[in-house]
Design a protein around this ligand. Structure first.
Ligand code: ADP
Ligand code: MG
Length: 394
């Protein structure tokens, strides 16, 4: 669980807003980070993914302003970012303010009547650890904007999906990070004790029961603290490779490639590297369906096997793992985890493992010791439960 609980952060972010802007905020909204159980690098291929919302959340204390100015401050960053809404564009404002300003820009572009805000954020989601602090930030602000400007988008799943789409645009266009849609959908649409099966082709979602406690297990997240920057070229390069492969195969997205006919499809591709990228995407989408069936059947052993297969595919075919993620997952498995895999975009970030409740300490300790012996930075491991979506707290 997070080191600070929600009530405490709601109080402290309210107080910080008062110190920064000289008045109490109208309210406090929050949105969760996420871990994806399985289905990695599938969202931008029209595929399936299966995130849960974390208990870790980003909290935004917010008031409306009478003008079109947006002021944003964060406990996690220095200074106040100030920008007129009419000036928001790709790269303006630069840095972290883009994630917030981008949300209002996208809502406006969607024809919604939004104006200026004073915003102060604080977060228990680790930044840049692959747990989606960026979407938590966008979705907390989107939730606040929905309520403060009377958009009424939090009350229905379709409204929440619309907010999620605007948050994706904020991240893609204004912050310049070409991520898919999973993170924002997870943050706005996940339910407690459930994973969200998200079909990124149709936009359809379905809740899948996810309550490992009942089976005496937990989901252990390990933040490897390894360098992770999605806004670099690697993520974009994978995405470009998939889009080019889809064009070469004459399909809209790699979702259209029938897993049963994968061998024939691969033969039509020009390089071994592209074949491996496509094989990851197609088999990973298939594994999501298998994981949903296994969860619904209560077969955690099978879910664990699918985690392992997903990790191997991301490591060998998609090449987005790194030494820290490989050591963490191998150590968890060697200490009895039912399965372990990297989660999020990769190149660092976090991994997840299904472990028996009594093994949380020994597995966490073994990962920390393995990291020390490899000379890696100290990792942080914590058990998580599937938590609730973006909401107003006060
Ligand atoms: P992840 O989403 O996995 O945490 P990203 O690289 O996508 O990693 O997003 C991290 C970036 O999001 C940070 O570098 C910062 O710019 C912004 N960010 C996230 N949370 C906050 C916050 N609480 N305050 C300020 N900026 C934040
Ligand atoms: Mg992110």
């Amino acid at each position: 669980m997070s080191e600070r609980d929600g009530v405490e952060v709601v109080d402290s972010v309210t107080a910080a807003f008062g110190r920064t802007y000289g008045a109490a905020p109208t309210g406090v909204w929050s949105a969760p980070g996420r871990v994806n159980l399985i289905g990695e690098h599938t969202d931008y291929n029209g595929g399936l993914c299966l995130p849960i919302a974390l208990p870790h959340r980003t909290y935004a204390a917010v008031s409306r302003r009478d003008d079109d100015v947006l002021r944003i401050a964060s406990v996690q960053q220095d200074g106040i970012v100030e920008v007129a809404l009419g000036d928001v564009s790709p790269g303006q404002p630069g840095g972290w303010g883009a994630y917030v300003a981008g949300v209002l820009w996208a809502l406006r572009r969607d024809g919604l009547d939004v104006g200026g805000l004073d915003v102060l954020v604080d977060s228990t989601v680790p930044l840049g650890s692959g747990l989606s602090s960026s979407a938590a930030l966008e979705c907390a602000v989107a939730a606040a904007a929905s309520d403060l400007f009377g958009l009424d988008l939090l009350g229905s799943r379709s409204g929440r999906a619309r907010l999620a789409a605007r948050c994706v645009e904020a991240e893609n266009v204004i912050a310049g990070a070409p991520t898919g849609g999973m993170d924002q959908s997870a943050s706005l649409l996940c339910d407690e004790r459930a994973a969200l099966l998200l079909d990124c082709r149709s936009g359809e979602t379905r809740q899948v029961p996810f309550d490992l406690d009942a089976a005496g297990h937990v989901l252990l997240v390990t933040d490897t603290k390894a360098e992770h920057a999605l806004v670099d070229g690697q993520y974009a390069a994978r995405r470009d490779a998939c889009e080019q492969a889809a064009r070469d195969l004459g399909v809209e997205t790699l979702r259209e490639v029938d897993p049963a006919a994968l061998g024939a499809a691969l033969q039509r591709l020009g390089s071994d590297e592209v074949r491996r990228r496509v094989r990851h995407v197609v088999t990973e989408i298939e594994r999501v369906g298998q994981a949903v069936a296994a969860l619904e059947a209560g077969d955690l052993d099978e879910v664990g096997r699918l985690f392992d297969a997903s990790h191997a595919s991301l490591r060998d075919d998609y090449e987005v793992s790194c030494d820290e993620l490989d050591v963490a997952t191998e150590t968890a498995r060697s200490k009895g985890a039912l399965g372990a895999r990297m989660t999020g975009g990769g190149f660092g970030g976090s991994c997840i493992a299904i472990v028996a409740a009594e093994d949380v300490e020994p597995v966490s300790t073994a990962i920390a010791e393995a990291f020390a012996s490899h000379g890696f930075a100290a990792p942080v491991s914590f058990a998580v439960t599937a938590s609730g979506p973006a909401a107003r707290n006060r």
